[in-house]
Design a protein around this ligand. Structure first.
Ligand SMILES: Nc1ncnc2c1ncn2[C@@H]1O[C@H](COP(=O)(O)OP(=O)(O)OP(=O)(O)O)[C@@H](O)[C@H]1O
Length: 572
């Protein structure tokens, strides 16, 4: 894990070298200053040599200024290093998540992904900056200070470090406990994020059911759990820092008392005693640093572990080694003995055979949950078949690169997802480099022109988060406009279940009919009236494809479709 962590330093080698070397020089200067004080007291003061004192003081001032400059470098560039590594990791994680397949998102909570990409990486950045640098400096300063202390007085030096093993034991024990505590805390904050994501994005459902209190109580539970776990972590941390404080002060006291005795017995000069006490502080500083690191390390490493867990999750839909890019597909689609299940043994599709000719409009009807959407999700490889094969223009879709295959397929979903931004940006999502003229033409084809012209800001109108400021019909038409821009040879339309007013529906139907022209179109139909003109209707039931034919043939056949038709006709 640590070796892997260090690979993230590689792109920032120079920054690391600058930061690290400056920190080493600062530490060496820190070690030298008490020696200067000792020399000052023992040699310069008794001689009352003012000019030497002035020169030495000027020299010290110069060194202090130099050290200050280096400390600035360590602070700024050290943090820059941490931030750079954090940003790289965030970028890598976001890119990785973008490449994940539908199955990953079926099983992962959005709030957890958000937590990984935001909170978890904060501490990793801090650890990246302070970790190796502070550890090295702490060890170097500790050993350096101890060595100088030995040269001043061996007995006093050993008296000073007698408590250190207890200190190390305390730090290790607390570190192990803290590791667990931070892990729990991170898991709990991810739950809180998940809850916020759910309740805020579903706030309209919450309020329509007047379930605000229920949501608040669920959030309170998660929030309390988080508080409890964070508090537990801080409790351990407080034990640790109080223990460290007590032991370090005890060391100072021992040195003062024992040092006083050595001084009375003529074994230690005043300058040496003052120098020694200053070195005790230099010796204890690394211990403070290491204990701070011990707090940071488990936090950062817990975050890094979660980061690697996500990064190591390979997308299950990837390009085959010999996959080729495709373009200008005709749109002949064929299912050959296709079986598929989302999870476990429960088959959603079993041995499905189906052929759709290029340019044909095929409607899928059948009871809810029969597998209509699933059939259509397999064509762009949102999921891979378990058995059998799907081919387009005679080529297995697994032999095509995923990106090129999907570029040939357009999907208008029932629940249109729009992004926060302007109307124009949302239409242009179908073709990111579309010109204004192309966007306007697409809007015209989708019968959006009149609506856009009526808006004060026209195409620049902000549509609110997920298009909240738009009606269902308007959203649908934006989705259709996107498809005119994308212009794919294969189209999948998941028909809206919610009833739109007759006029809007008429416009949408007209736009869709126009969009379907010269394309292979698969329609997941809910209202049978809209598919009367489909070239073929495929009736899907839990047992697979039950009937196939055009509208009149199926009515005449008097089977499932005719029955569904009768029910809907009677209802309307
Ligand atoms: N992401 C998923 N993970 C697990 N099971 C799923 C998933 N999506 C759908 N299913 C299950 O697969 C079966 C077929 O679902 P599918 O959405 O294809 O049906 P459908 O015929 O399109 O239904 P509807 O007309 O209600 O949209 C259902 O039993 C459903 O519960």
């Amino acid at each position: 894990m640590i070796r892997r962590f260090f690979t993230y330093y590689l792109p920032h080698k120079k920054l690391f070298a600058l930061d690290f070397s400056s920190a080493v020089v600062v530490a060496i200067l820190e070690l030298a200053f008490p020696l200067a004080v000792q020399w000052f007291i023992d040699d310069l003061l008794p001689g009352q040599n003012w000019s030497a004192i002035v020169w030495v003081s000027a020299g010290l001032l110069g060194l202090y200024l130099f050290s200050t400059g280096l400390q600035y470098i360590v602070n700024y560039f050290g943090h820059k290093l941490g931030i750079n590594i954090e940003t790289d990791m965030r970028q890598q994680l976001f890119t990785h998540v973008q490449r994940q397949s539908f199955r990953f998102f079926d099983n992962t909570k959005t709030g957890h992904v958000m937590s990984r990409i935001t909170n978890d990486l904060f501490d990793i950045g801090e650890l990246a900056h302070h970790g190796p640098e502070d550890l090295f400096i702490a060890i170097m300063t500790f050993l350096g200070a101890f060595w100088i202390m030995l040269t001043i007085n061996v007995q006093l030096a050993f008296a000073a470090i007698v408590v250190v093993p207890f200190l190390v034991w305390l730090i290790i024990v607390c570190n192990l406990k803290m590791n667990k505590a931070w892990k729990r805390m991170y898991s709990n904050i991810a739950d809180v994020n998940g809850r916020v994501e759910d309740s805020v994005s579903g706030v309209r459902v919450v309020q329509s059911f007047t379930n605000e209190e229920f949501e608040i109580s669920r959030f309170t539970k998660d929030n309390r759990k988080f508080r409890h776990s964070k508090l537990a972590a801080y409790k351990i941390m407080s034990y640790s820092s109080s223990g460290i404080y007590m032991m370090t002060r005890f060391i100072t006291l021992v040195v003062l008392v024992f040092g006083a005795w050595l001084s009375f017995t003529g074994q230690l000069s005043y300058g040496e005693l003052v120098g020694f006490v200053l070195y005790v502080n230099v010796l204890l500083k690394p211990i403070d640093k290491i204990s701070a690191l011990m707090e940071l390390y488990p936090k950062g490493m817990a975050g890094f572990k979660r980061f690697t867990e996500l990064i190591d999750q390979e997308p299950d839909i990837v390009d085959a080694k010999d996959a080729v890019p495709v373009k200008d597909l005709k749109g002949d689609i064929s299912f050959d003995q296709v079986s598929f299940s989302y999870e476990g043994e429960k088959k959603v599709l079993e041995n499905i055979d189906l052929t759709i000719r290029a340019g044909e409009t095929v409607a899928f009807v059948g009871p809810s949950g029969a597998g209509k959407t699933t059939i259509c999700s397999l064509i762009p490889r949102f999921y891979d078949v378990d058995k059998g094969a799907i081919t387009i223009d005679g080529m297995d879709i697994r032999q095509m690169t995923k990106q090129s295959l999907r570029s040939q397929i357009g999907i208008v979903q029932q629940d249109v997802f729009l992004f926060t931004g302007t109307l124009k940006e949302n239409i242009a999502y179908g073709m990111l480099d579309a010109t204004d003229e192309q966007i306007e033409e697409a809007a015209r084809h989708a019968y959006l022109e009149g609506f856009i012209a009526s808006l004060p800001d026209g195409y620049e109108t902000q549509i609110g988060e997920r298009g909240l400021k738009l009606s269902g019909g308007q959203k649908q038409r934006i989705a259709i406009a996107r498809m005119f821009l994308k212009n794919p040879p294969i189209l999948i339309l998941d028909e809206a279940t919610s009833a739109l007013d007759t006029e809007t529906e008429l416009f949408i139907q007209k736009a869709l009919t126009e969009l379907s022209k010269n394309r292979t179109t698969l329609v997941i139909a809910h209202r049978l009236a809209t598919i009367r003109n489909a070239d073929r209707i495929v009736v899907v039931t839990e047992d697979g494809i039950a009937e196939e034919g055009n509208h009149d043939e199926l009515i005449e056949h008097d089977g499932i479709f005719a029955n569904l038709h009768r029910v809907q006709y009677q209802q309307s």
